[in-house]
Ligand binder design. Structure first.
Ligand SMILES: CC(C)(COP(=O)(O)OP(=O)(O)OC[C@H]1O[C@@H](n2cnc3c(N)ncnc32)[C@H](O)[C@@H]1OP(=O)(O)O)[C@@H](O)C(=O)NCCC(=O)NCCS
Length: 181
């Protein structure tokens, strides 16, 4: 135990990360409702998660799991059309409370983002920019800065429950597709 009486954090044994299926939606809603008041009450949260899932591939859930089941999820949203220079948003991420601080979130973002970039490449697009917005919780800003390389570019007062910070991570630009003849 450390001086605060907490058990030292041990590195997370590796979780596997995959695209979510319809069967995962109830657990996603449950983990989401633990983290976000907007997904409560439960039935309302489940309806939102189902509606979101239905808009794939514009919106795509990925989950992290181990032998105990799903321990976290991330939601990626593509913005402004299926562009050749794609703009995506990390719209939501949550890790089960008891599993936080051990690298699950990092692995979830890293692996799912690779998957999203592969999907973009298959249709001839490349990732231009990642947007993420977050409330006043310092830890989430640190997380996005560290894991995505995102920086705060704007503050929006009185958004959900207070100030929301818009963060952006840019990727190297590539030429636009030539206009069709
Ligand atoms: C944000 C969240 C998804 C991060 O997942 P996690 O598994 O706890 O994060 P990781 O252990 O992978 O941390 C990766 C890095 O993020 C940063 N980070 C994570 N938690 C942090 C904290 N409490 N304080 C400061 N930095 C933190 C660190 O840089 C960390 O790297 P390090 O462990 O090498 O120091 C998780 O805390 C969560 O579910 N929170 C509740 C929901 C939420 O706030 N979602 C985001 C809202 S916009």
């Amino acid at each position: 135990m450390d001086s605060t009486g907490s058990l030292p954090m041990t590195p997370e044994s590796s979780v596997s990360v995959r695209v979510a299926t319809r069967e995962d939606l109830a657990v996603i809603a449950e983990i989401g409702s633990e983290a976000f008041s907007g997904l409560r009450p439960g039935e309302q949260g489940q309806a939102w998660v189902k509606a979101t899932f239905a808009s794939a591939p514009r919106m795509e859930y990925w989950v992290a799991e181990d032998s105990s089941g799903i321990v976290g999820y991330v939601l990626w949203t593509e913005k402004g059309g299926f562009r050749s220079n794609a703009v995506i948003e990390l719209e939501q991420i949550a890790v089960r409370r008891e599993r936080r601080g051990r690298g699950v979130g990092r692995q979830l973002v890293r692996t799912s983002l690779e998957g999203v970039e592969e999907r973009l490449a298959r249709r001839g697009s490349a990732l231009k920019l990642i947007e993420v917005t977050t409330g006043s919780e310092q830890h989430a800003r640190e997380f996005y800065r560290d894991v995505l390389g995102a920086e705060v570019v704007a503050e929006i007062p009185d958004y959900f429950r207070g100030t929301e910070y818009v963060m952006i991570a840019r990727r190297p630009k590539r030429p636009e597709r030539p206009p069709s003849p």
